[in-house]
Design a protein around this ligand. Sequence first.
Ligand code: AMP
Ligand code: GLY
Length: 422
Amino acid sequence: MRILVVGGGGREHALCWAISASSLCESLYCAPGNAGISKIAECIDIQANNIEGIVGFSLEFSIDFVVIGPEVSLVLGLVDELEKLGIKAFGPTAGAAKLEGSKGFMKDLCVKYNIPTAAYERFYDSKSAKKYIEEIGAPIVVKEDGLAAGKGVTIAYSIEEALLAIENIFSNNQSLSPNGLVVEEFLTGQELSYFVLVDGINALPLAGAQDHKKVGDRDTGPNTGGMGAYSPTPILSDELESKIMKTIILPTVEGMALEGTPFKGVLYAGLMLTSEGPKLLEYNVRFGDPECQVLMMRLRSDILPALLATNQGTLDNFSLRWSQDAALTIVMAAKGYPGKYKTGEKIVGLESIKANEALIFHAATKSKSGQLVSNGGRVLNICSSGKEIKDAQKKAYSAIKKIEWEGGFYRNDIGWRAISES
Ligand code: AMP
Ligand code: GLY
């Protein structure tokens, strides 16, 4: 088969790595890709939000199957456009991608189908949102509707902070989506990312993972796209997994079908494990980044038949094999991220890391006159596996020390929670 992967981050490098190992894969392309991906796939200079460009390329190069990494392509309707032309794709239609694209849509679905989530209200004007906040009190959470690259959520510990968040949203009128905004109850507990493949009707559990959203050690500083991840996670027992499937995932799959927008693709549930049981914080309609990197490291089965079965509605009776070993990834980012940072800086030493020590999935890298340089905020993922998370952690930190990049940094404690618990 001729496969096109859309995206150019660490997630897409991990997907290309897994897909390129499939016996079904004859040719592999990636749009736009990065310097690491270019070693295993032909990179095409088309951005993930250029729907017309991707569709045109797929037609011209007789692509059989398009695997989509980032949410932006999905929300913009790439799958719908490809389907019109009879090109198969992995991912939801724009209608089903609203599970991530509109927080209000997701919350209303939860209420309609009795899926546990934080209590909330939707607002379209600042006066009523502020009145509600004053009634409920803090801590409280304000969420913009629509894709905000992780920046649309304010956890307000005081009423003043919450009111300010509302003011900021309304003072910049353009940022208010026609779906309004969501104000919701503040939940406490541990967070867990849970991944399932869904083919419209059937759901195939993949695995759990935990991300590290804050930029600094011991979860300090601003939120990022994710500074490191590991899988499996000790907090996900079999009992908890069946509860998540029964109370959250399956009602969502059924609800989406009943709403006329059946979900196909990977459903990534962001969960809070509260004292009342697991509650849904958010849905993403794609693999997590960097969670995907650790999932691909642990997957023992050929990924391509699973992605195809997701598209074709044949996930029932499908099973996947997973390594019982743990996988852990550390993100190396440019100093200043998630704020301002430099690009175009030289990175050396990757070749001294052996394959049995760590795999390097590139995120924002490019090759400039044969030299590897940084090309964005999150730049490299150093991924290791081991019997326990602490073994994988040791290997990954020993490997990352071999990388020479003055302008780079990483967290020193990826995996701390799992290690302290076990
Ligand atoms: P979201 O984009 O909705 O997942 O929110 C981003 C992050 O904000 C989550 O990963 C949580 O850490 C936090 N968060 C979101 N909603 C809540 C909530 N209702 N209570 C507590 N924390 C939340
Ligand atoms: N790592 C968080 C995300 O992919 O949304």
